[in-house]
Design a protein around this ligand. Structure first.
Ligand code: NAD
Ligand code: TYD
Length: 351
């Protein structure tokens, strides 16, 4: 094998698409998927590629420094692509400490382990930290986040991701660790866990349950199809400049309420229901505390330097996503049984 690449969080939503992209595209790489399989991790996401000879799964928790160091010593990865995280803002509001443990301590553990195995020769090595646009805080009605925007996180989730970004840069500046960072906007697509807005609404439309819209629904997000994010990670991992960060976005802003109406219209057509059926489920509920008004990415740098741009329009991506959920209702039923019900009942009391 030409290279060994260790991907953390590869059983999660975005990580599974990154693992698939790498395993299929780089037959000469050994891809190691390191994941703790929390509620968000699901090996079902990878069942189409798990038999391939260049793929290995390792179950491990990144908060366990000794275990992570021993895995790094065993496999001697040339590259790390770090996606493992607690990723849901609402969960960070009810349990911030879990976010500090995985997102901050877990990232520092990985940085320490990489530093340890690469200490004699950092040539050809790379630590790619996958982060979010939420570290930049909230925009008003206009403007965009660039790579130079000052960090201003508001939720425990974004504060923990901001902290991890700072540690990654600090290890570059202090120890010369070869790093790149990417800060991406909201993703959507197949395998998206139904605690996040789009898959939660798809699941609820299928079950005739209320579609909970926080506050007035005017909050704005920039949505990117997950496979386009995986393509961007591939490009930055291989061609990004050492020490640099790259913003990734969909050039695709939607107010939540408009997005949910578009989703309802597409679902009605695909389910052969009269127009307007799903939209009747829209229910305004109590707002999220500290809710960021608007995120929007200026992705000029990755476009100009690496030639990346989204490959699908939002209408196409949303249609592909709905079709995936309609043909994979067993996946949806599996992930929404058990613990999901108690999370849902607690989060949406009274909705
Ligand atoms: P996810 O919640 O779907 O998956 C997270 C994965 O990490 C799961 O497989 C889980 O088992 C694993 N994990 C969690 N804690 C772990 C631990 N302690 N040790 C090992 N593995 C652990 O998340 P996602 O939406 O796929 O996000 C992946 C990454 O991308 C995160 O770093 C997130 O901050 C970032 N990101 C997400 C979005 C988005 O819209 N979802 C946007 C930008 C950036
Ligand atoms: P989410 O998918 O949780 O992503 P993030 O908070 O990381 O942007 O939420 C997207 C937007 O949708 C955000 O403005 C919060 C809102 N939202 C709702 O209105 N209702 C919901 O049930 C959820 C989960 C989110």
């Amino acid at each position: 094998m030409n290279k060994t690449i260790l991907i953390t969080g590869g059983a999660g939503f975005i990580g599974s698409h990154v693992v698939r992209e790498f395993v299929k595209k780089y037959a000469d790489y050994h891809i190691i998927n390191l994941d703790a399989l929390t509620y968000a991790g699901n090996l079902e996401n990878l069942k189409d590629i798990e038999h391939l000879p260049n793929y290995t799964f390792v179950k491990a928790d990144i908060t366990d420094q000794a275990l992570i160091t021993s895995i790094f010593k065993k496999y001697q990865p040339d590259g790390i692509i770090h996606l493992a995280a607690e990723s849901h803002v609402d969960r960070s509001i009810s349990d911030p400490t879990a976010f500090v443990m995985t997102n901050v301590i877990g990232t520092v553990n990985l940085l320490n382990a990489a530093r340890e195995i690469w200490k004699d020769d950092m040539t050809g090595k790379r630590f790619h930290h996958v982060s979010t646009d939420e570290v930049f805080g909230a925009l008003g009605a206009s403007g965009f986040f660039t790579e130079d925007t000052k960090y201003d996180p508001h939720s425990p989730y974004s504060a923990s991701k901001a902290s991890s970004d700072h540690f990654v840069r600090a290890y570059h500046d202090t120890y010369g660790l070869p790093i790149v960072l990417t800060n991406c906007s909201n993703n959507y697509g197949p395998n998206h866990f139904p605690e996040k807005l789009i898959p939660l609404c798809i699941h609820n439309i299928l079950n005739n349950k209320p579609l909970p819209v926080y506050g007035d629904g005017k909050y704005t997000r920039d949505w990117l199809f997950v496979i386009d994010h995986a393509r961007a990670i591939d490009l930055v991992f291989h061609q990004g400049k050492n020490g640099d960060s790259y913003n990734i976005g969909g050039f695709n802003e939607w107010q939540n309420i408009d997005l949910i109406k578009e989703l309802c219209a597409q679902m009605d057509r695909k389910l052969d229901r009269p127009a307007g059926t799903s939209a009747k489920l829209i229910t305004f509920v109590k707002d999220r505390p500290g809710h960021d008004l608007r995120y929007a990415i200026d992705a000029t740098k990755i476009n100009k330097e690496l030639g990346w741009k989204p490959s699908v329009t939002f209408e196409e991506g949303l249609s592909l996503t709905i079709d995936w959920f309609l043909t994979n209702q067993e996946w949806l039923n599996n992930v929404t049984s058990g613990d999901y019900q108690s999370y849902y009942n607690n989060q949406y009391k009274g909705a």
